[in-house]
Design a protein around this ligand. Structure first.
Ligand SMILES: Cc1cc2nc3c(=O)[nH]c(=O)nc-3n(C[C@H](O)[C@H](O)[C@H](O)COP(=O)(O)OP(=O)(O)OC[C@H]3O[C@@H](n4cnc5c(N)ncnc54)[C@H](O)[C@@H]3O)c2cc1C
Ligand code: HEM
Length: 810
């Protein structure tokens, strides 16, 4: 056993002897005896360093961060729910800040759906406030109501660091009554803990229930080695009690949401649920027919055009019609502090729940569909020849541009130039991507974006504008649909509640021959189907046992369909290169302190870097690889000027490899007792998929190794693609770095009805099997993964679905 000394408030020696094995655990581990209490911990230390990028899975934290855990001696033979913890947090600005632990389980310590412990100095001598919270999504956590109990043993505060030693009972158990419960299984030998730190203090440090801001000083996960954490003296240590005062507090009263009752007597020909990539075009096309259409969106207005108000706190955008959603250079806000009120609060993955859905928060990459994406994945009626008209309609309205700055210049091209030279020398062909959508093998391009006029553009700036000009079109924002009311297979109306101030509450009726179209996204649509009694029985039973139970349709009317299966996403693998010619642009800083000349250029003429997507996405490259199973898989490489995985920003670029069409792996999304959605089976990892990715990595390494002055950081020189893939963990714990946020497939379109044992949830008219007026038009219907980022394909699929729905006899 190695015992380190305590120097200057942080563990000062490298604790390398017990270094952990998962890719996202960048900490040094070792055994540490806290000198005042004499308690010995298995410690995990993030060293003092400057945070780069968004700090995900940081190797460092400004001021450092240390977490220690001690476990009862029998923790290896029986699952313990308690531990003694040590937190050495940093307050590097001297102004306070918070540090947090995420109590993980055997396979993840991701932020969603785990017990969080936050702690911070109150400013009253050595007093530390602690607070249990949890969050079902990447959003502001709520107070935790499970049985966890914390007793402080020792606390100390100095100018730059603070220490807390505590006993945490029922903390390796998650039992908030609103959620499914589980526990970390210490008897398995390892489990995960997450960490996050912020150097901005909570708003009311003396109050443990204070509000606080998102972490800005690193985050990541630790693997806890149980054997190294157990100790025979545990019960003696556990009975020690604190000598100093403990902070107590009260919650700020939760504001009640104001709502407007659904008007009685109104009924609509069509109700579209969800104003994202699928829902907005659908509502426009349906309303064009003259039918009365109601579009219901749970989120608030995003773009300034629609009344959005989210602008920089220091007011530099005040007086303009621009919000963070409108400015291409601010598109990464969703990862850098811009989630409040914007991200979906009911899924463990990142998604936009605001007007525009994904098209409000994404990077706007906008690809004319590769015909093979229809021909290979979809049945008759959805082949590329069938989709030609829809594609033409979409791209005549949203053509996209690969030079979005209004002065026609391309800015910040240092990264693009380095890579493009290498590709051209290897014989790869430069294409104007949307002029040659099928050329996706050994080709590369400047990315086209849906941006127009130097602003985000897309469906919100086109389809929604024309829809809104019609008197038969209606839109309710801030209103969440809870379930479809149905009479057997016939929908009669929708139960809605206010999601934000001003939302509607009540039941909105469909006209007698009315129809409902679900466009709530790859997680939102299955959730609504489950709550409406449509899905696999195990999921409907979960809803039945939830707070929804007494409002749910009777079991005899349940429709058993494979909703939630067939989940897919581009498998992402990040690789990193460096080159002296590459230079980093600080996109996160452009929120509050944009470079003055860039700000002026943007505001005066919608030109310059801020008219382009953060963080310098370019070039995009494609290759087709045949896997060992003989199946051709499309690979898209997406380059950006930003480091990752321990390689700092500066001269580095991350090249993300997306495994697209041909991907065999499929996953599943399921619902929890709290009515939040989970990726319960990750859709990655088929051996042939991985073999194809390995080949793609080897090919790219070979090509770019010939660029003079270019260094491959990841994979490191000499490491094969296959070995590199083995080192990048493929698990739910690491889903944050393996996902591409291109989730789809959870209400699959196809001819093999799930009612009779097939895999499909909707027919080729996008109608849910077993119903006569419930349709789906969003990412959920895609049977398989596509070549490129999917939003333009989802808009195109929605155009096609509208055409088919309108053609059905009423
Ligand atoms: C951070 C990020 C970056 C991305 N970057 C790109 C990119 O650059 N290019 C690209 O092509 N794709 C990108 N994508 C993917 C793309 O945006 C999505 O695939 C696409 O938006 C999905 O379309 P959708 O219609 O299925 O769902 P969404 O666009 O997610 O729309 C669903 C809408 O339904 C609403 N909703 C959900 N439940 C309810 C309910 N119960 N009641 C009322 N409303 C509800 C939601 O609030 C949301 O507005 C990105 C995605 C993310 C998250
Ligand atoms: C204001 C509240 C918070 C917001 C809006 C927020 C938001 C986010 C976002 C957007 C990410 C993903 C970042 C990325 O992938 O690049 C993330 C990750 C993470 N957060 Fe938070 N967070 C908050 C509070 C907390 C707290 C209190 C803790 C711990 C006590 C925490 C722990 C983590 C951890 C460990 C990760 C990395 C693992 C993962 O991606 O799930 N967060 N957070």
């Amino acid at each position: 056993m190695k015992t380190s000394s305590f120097l200057g408030g942080v563990l000062a020696i490298g604790l390398s002897s017990l270094n952990a094995i998962v890719a996202q655990d960048f900490a040094s581990h070792g055994i540490y005896t806290e000198p005042v209490t004499g308690i010995t911990f298995f410690a995990s230390e993030e060293t003092n360093g400057t945070i780069t990028g968004d700090g995900e899975f940081s190797t460092v934290s400004w001021g450092g961060f240390t977490f220690g855990v001690a476990l009862p001696p029998d923790a290896l033979s029986r699952d313990t729910h308690e531990y003694i913890g040590l937190i050495i947090g940093s307050t590097p600005t001297g102004q306070g800040g918070w540090s947090g632990i995420v109590h993980g389980d055997d396979y993840s310590a991701g932020m969603p759906n785990h017990l969080m412990l936050l702690a911070w100095p109150t400013g009253n001598e050595n007093q530390i406030a602690t607070s249990f919270r949890y969050s079902p999504a990447y959003q502001y956590p709520v107070p935790y109501r499970g049985s966890a109990n914390l007793t402080q043993i020792y606390s100390n505060v100095n100018e730059t660091h603070w220490t807390l030693v505590y006993r945490c009972q029922n903390c390796l158990l998650f039992d908030d009554p609103a959620q499914d419960s589980f526990n970390a299984s210490t008897s398995k030998g390892t489990f995960l803990q997450g960490w996050a730190q912020a150097y901005v203090p909570p708003t009311d440090p003396k109050n443990p229930l204070s509000d606080f801001e998102q972490h800005n000083n690193g985050m990541g996960e630790f693997v806890i080695q149980v054997q190294s954490a157990t100790h025979v003296s545990y019960s003696d240590w556990a009975t020690k009690t604190a000598t100093g005062p403990i902070a107590t507090g009260t919650t700020t009263a939760t504001a009640t949401i104001s709502s407007i009752p659904v008007p009685t007597g109104d009924a609509y020909d069509y109700i579209v649920v969800g104003a994202g990539a699928g829902g907005i075009p659908m509502a426009d096309k349906l309303s064009q027919s003259g039918a009365s259409v109601l579009l219901i969106e749970k989120g608030f207005a995003s773009s300034g055009r629609w009344g959005g108000t989210l602008r920089p706190e220091n007011h530099w955008l005040d007086g303009t019609n621009l919000t963070w959603f409108d400015i291409p250079g601010e598109c990464n806000r969703i990862w850098n502090g811009g989630t409040a009120g914007v991200v979906c609060t009911d899924t463990d993955q990142m998604a936009g729940c605001t007007l525009g859905g994904g098209t409000a928060v994404n990077a706007g990459l906008w690809w004319k569909p590769n015909p093979m994406d229809w021909d290979e994945n979809f049945p008759a009626g959805w082949k590329s020849s069938d989709m030609a008209g829809a594609t033409e309609r979409v791209f005549s309205r949203i053509p996209g541009t690969d030079h979005p700055s209004m002065d026609g210049q391309r800015y910040l091209q240092s990264g693009y130039d380095v890579i493009a030279d290498g590709l051209a020398n290897a014989g790869w062909k430069y294409v104007t991507a949307n002029d040659a959508p099928s050329e996706k093998n050994r080709t590369f391009a400047h990315a086209p974006h849906m941006f127009s006029g130097g602003e985000r553009g897309g469906p919100m700036a086109t389809y929604l504008v024309t829809a809104n000009g019609r008197s038969n079109f209606h839109m309710w924002l801030n209103t969440s649909v809870e379930r479809i009311q149905r009479d057997g297979g016939h929908a009669t109306g929708l139960d809605v509640v206010a999601f934000n101030n001003g939302g509607r509450v009540g039941t909105v009726k469909l006209a007698p021959k009315g129809r409902v179209v679900l466009s709530a996204g790859a997680f939102g649509t299955p959730k609504l189907l489950f709550r409406s009694g449509i899905g696999p029985t195990d999921q409907l039973q979960v809803v039945k046992g939830s707070s929804d139970g007494d409002k749910m349709i009777a079991e005899k009317d349940w429709i058993n369909l494979p909703v939630g299966y067939n989940l897919n996403d581009h498998l992402n693998t990040d690789t990193v290169i460096s080159h002296q010619n590459v230079s980093y642009y600080d996109w996160p800083a452009a929120w509050l302190t944009p470079i003055p000349s860039d700000k002026d250029l943007y505001l005066s003429s919608r030109s310059g870097p801020l008219a382009q997507a953060a963080p310098n996405i370019n070039p995009i490259m494609w290759e087709e690889i045949t896997g060992p199973d003989g199946k051709v898989r499309s690979m898209q490489w997406q380059a950006r000027v930003e480091g990752s995985n321990r390689i700092p920003n500066g001269i580095s670029m991350t090249l993300s490899l997306y495994l697209g069409r041909g991907e065999v792996s499929k996953g599943r999304t399921t619902i929890q007792k709290g009515l939040n959605m989970l990726v319960s089976t990750i859709p990655y990892g088929d051996p042939n998929d991985l073999a194809a990715c390995a080949q793609a990595i080897d090919n790219m390494v070979a090509i770019l190794s010939k660029v003079p002055g270019l260094t491959w950081n990841l994979p490191a020189p000499g490491v094969s693609g296959a070995d590199y893939l083995k080192s990048v963990e493929l698990s739910y714990a690491n889903v944050g770095s393996r996902r591409a946020n291109h989730w789809m497939g959870t209400a699959k379109l196809g001819t093999d009805s799930g009612l009779t044992g097939g895999t499909s949830v909707v027919d080729t008219n996008t109608k849910v099997y077993g119903t006569d007026n419930i349709f789906v038009a969003d990412a959920s219907i895609f049977p398989g993964q596509v070549t490129t980022n999917p939003s333009a394909l989802i808009v195109t699929a929605s155009e096609r679905a509208a055409e088919l729905i309108l053609a059905l006899p009423v």
